[in-house]
Design a protein around this ligand. Sequence first.
Ligand SMILES: C[S@@+](CC[C@H](N)C(=O)[O-])C[C@H]1O[C@@H](n2cnc3c(N)ncnc32)[C@H](O)[C@@H]1O
Length: 1010
Amino acid sequence: MNYKLNPLALQNAPALIESVFPAQKVSFEAQRERKAGAGQTLTALGSYWKGRKPLILVRAIVLGSLLPPTGDAEGDLEIFEKLMAFDDEGLARRALAAKAFSARELQEHLPIADPERYFSGRGWRRDASEADKLALYRQALATVATYEAKAALCKRPEEVDQDWLYAPVWPVVNHHYAALGIDAHSFPELTEQLGILRYGHRPRVGDTFCGGGSIPFESARLGCDVYASDLNPIACMLTWGALNIIGASPERRAEIEKTQREVAEAVDAEITQLGIEHDEYGNRAKAYLYCLETRCPETGWRVPMSPSWVISKTRNVIACLKPDQENQRFEIEVVTGASAAEMKAAEKGTVQDGALVYELDSKTYRTPIKTLRGDYRDAEGNTGNRLRRWEKHDFQPRHDDIFQERLYAIQWITKESLNQSRQETFFTSVTEADLERERAVEAIVAANLTRWQEEGLVPDMAIDPGYNTDQPVRERGWMYWHHLFPARQLIYLAAINRRSKQAGAASIIKMGKALDRTSKLCRWHPSSPGRPGVAPSADKVEQVFDNQSLNTLYAYASKSLLELSLFLSRYEEKSIRIQNVGRISEAHPANLSSDAALCALSDLQTRVLTHPANHIKDESDLWITDPPYADAVHYHEITEFFIAWLRKTPPKPFDEWVWDSRRALAIKGSGEDFRRGMVAAYTAMAEHTPDNGMQCVMFTHQDTGVWSDMVGIFWAAGLQVVAAWYIATETTSELKKGGYVQGTLILMLKKRPAGERTGFKQRIMPAVRAEVQRQIETMMHLNDTVKRKHGEPVFNDSDLQMAGYAAALKVLTAYTQIGGEDVTAFALRPRTRGEVTVVDEIVQQAAEAANSLLVPEGLAADTWAKLSGIERFLLRMMDMETTGAAKLDNYQNFAKAFRVEDYTRVMGNMTANQARLKRLTEFKSRDLTDSTELGATRLGRLIIALQQMLAETEPQTIISQLQAEMADFLEVRPILIDLLACIERKAPEPEVRPAAEVLGARIKNLRFGG
Ligand SMILES: C[S@@+](CC[C@H](N)C(=O)[O-])C[C@H]1O[C@@H](n2cnc3c(N)ncnc32)[C@H](O)[C@@H]1O
């Protein structure tokens, strides 16, 4: 292709993301992507991997890093939004793709001069064109107030046909960047051209913490070459899958699907031949339900254990325990069509509140599980129990083990409906014939286990102790990974593993999904008919990793081979081809080393490697990373569940990877080791970046201490902060259930120019203030322009504040030494509790500089400067609430910025997305005593005064009280008036506004001494 490009023309140009980024819109779209659950593009490859970064966020970062500012900030923003499909036309197309409005709604709500052109009766005319529909959709969307409300009606950009969605965008983009010679008609073309302008070649994006692969995948989809690595081979496998299965060409995809069907058919034939999954009538199992059983120390009876005996709520199926006096055990009878009373009774299982509880001859017996297990603490304080530690050749409990395992119910698919799309199922008790099959299963496993282990088809890997991995050992005595699987499933999985390994990499990825649904850690989920607010659900086997731990269960369930085959043969993953264009730049030197897996994605270069982040092999122009900061998920431990099955004889190209979790090398926690590991990783990345390259680091922002640590790390790695954005990625995190809200901080960094620069705090502070002011004022200016035009500003207060921090850090991180301390020493030095570092001080300075600029609308800057933190917080948030803001993280962030001690005391609602301040009328007198943060302020005093006004106290009396309480009443009178004027404009309660007006007017008109 022949572009009129001047390579390297943008070599030293800043990136657009340094000054402009539609953070609010990205936040909204990122949250929508998250909420799509199974509708997300990459989760289908393995939903056991949690915490993938939203693709839309990655897209925005890559584009923002490649696009240059042209000197026309507003025009640049417009282009950026068009490329993200956030603009009006993009929204109209996305809404049309979602069929957001019916023809009837449009007819009813829009003034249409020539309805017959579009409609026939209540529907569309048959010949109504797409252009006609789009015209009406544009009009309809224009009546929707906010971006969020509009976008909520739309499909996500990635769900819409890309050629159609972006058809109107390319001419505008080409026009905007005409001076640069851009001529693009797709993302890969645009990306490649921008790369040539900036780096002289197609840009390469690297991610050394690639995890589930969002960053490499989206970068490749945009047309970048990618370098992806992770310490963990499961992460690498998922990343490889994203690039090579989801990103495969249709031809390759068809091939993969064919192979998968063959694998599924071959395994199915093998198991069918063994005769262990069909009953004597030809019905086939769908799920197996197991429970533990233990001997009651009081009665000597063997008692089945489960927290509930409900099997299906839609069909009223339960398991009933029938005493068998002769054998001192219980028969388990599966009853279908149980009465309401029986269902209710079955909800109460034999494991209640950590104890074995059951009834025999009208007497209730209760034994704590701890007692059953024989938990003890020895003289040295070590804890332990009497559970036997299982050995490598064990695959089921021995007859004298404390916990036995028992199959108690089977869900069958009727013979007649086996090959139908709607299958008939039913549950049965375990019969003598079933037990016969179980014995056959045991015999097969006993005869083959050692061989399977040697061949790498079943794990022979011991469970190393650890935060998550201690649990199965402690609670069951399971010492090897295969102990986590029922015998029957070992047969299935060995067969799947053998065939998949033979079939190749794309097949073996499926093994991960199968493992996630077959172990003793899978819960049985009884169906439910649903009720208002709760959707109906089917009977099903849950995933192992529906949470990120290795929780043992008293009752568990496993899918049959038939069900697992569905995972194997059905490629439900989305097929999204990574578009490509002919290369016009020189290929990067492939520099293939032995552990490299080079996958030819058309001619995009994508490398996926397993190595620690500081062992990078190749240079990248742009490193985008999401490091394991204080990660709640112990990927290095829990993925051993999968590694144990895959590590021996993996197929190409996985055979070149290190199949070990290498726990010792994993970066974890947030302490000294974490900082050391991170500095090494980011130094390596900086060394593998050209001088004009960029880095983007995402991390979860929980407290201001994070700033200090992270900035210290990047600073020590030779990087300089150039921008920061805050993205609300999820409200209450799926990973860390808890009281706080999660957002992601996007920090943009560049290599610090070489050479030493020594700074002193006293000199840096004024420079920090000036830079913060310059940054915020520039952004406010753009805000005004955009608001005038589109009715909504680009940046909200938290964007401005974040940009203020970034501006301050930009000044700070340009130095190599501050006050005589070298930055590396600073980053690695152990922290003392409560220590205030130079970064903390600068961040605080920046917050103050920013806050002094963020005056709520209508308040005099002078008054603002005189207010305390809690006063500022209250007024600022009151102002924000008028724009409909209700996110708890906003309140948290501003409380920190204004140094409010306890903002919760002034909050009326602390729900993640419905947060709000207390209404003025909701403050109780105990909230406003002198000893409270707010009560001691003028604003606190005014709130009492306003409450009195509403209680019809005479204004004069109120004012006299104010005068009596405030010695400086005369001097502060203008502040009081200003505060009341602000409340009059912003208070959400209609009755408070006139009260503030009257009180303000009375104070204003006070005559003194007269
Ligand atoms: C937060 S996750 C990344 C998630 C990823 N961005 C995604 O979208 O799925 C952090 C990753 O860092 C990896 N990791 C931890 N220590 C590492 C090290 N020393 N070197 C390389 N990767 C490491 C973990 O295996 C994990 O996959």
